[in-house]
Write a protein that binds this ligand. Sequence first.
Ligand SMILES: *[C@@H]1O[C@H](CO)[C@@H](O)[C@H](O)[C@H]1NC(C)=O
Length: 154
Amino acid sequence: MFAASALAVAALAFASTAAAEQHQVTFTNNCGYGTPLFLYQGNMSPQGATTVQGQLNGGIAWLDNGASCATNGVGCGAVEFTFQNTGYSQADITLEPEGSHNYLYPIGFNFINGCSNGLFCDNPNCIDQASFSPTQVPLADCQANDSGINVIFC
Ligand SMILES: *[C@@H]1O[C@H](CO)[C@@H](O)[C@H](O)[C@H]1NC(C)=O
């Protein structure tokens, strides 16, 4: 009897460690205006904070201010991110004029659920320090499985 229930507990523990991959996206908006939104390759409809099941590839988050941001963050500062349970999870801030992004508000992020590092930009001169480009690092990365991101505005 005891042995059987111990086995059942062990089976449950195994099931929970084998839980499906997931990545949480949260927002902190200190600007006093706007609506934080993101989209990613698996769901191109802009949405608010949520937990994505499976890999999260090609994510981009921005603060919809009702005016200058297109429905994919173009026109505004944005955070780009990809999360995979392969040790490949990274994020950056894009303010690149060549990518039609602009510094309109302070923007940054920190990883959550396994890492806490991140980047923050509070002035237009961050462009060359924290934007997405093969030649312009840093990107921030996180090796933890099921890690997520908190995107910060202002
Ligand atoms: C992370 O997830 C992958 C894919 O499911 C798995 O192969 C790997 O063992 C996991 N790593 C850790 C540290 O749990």
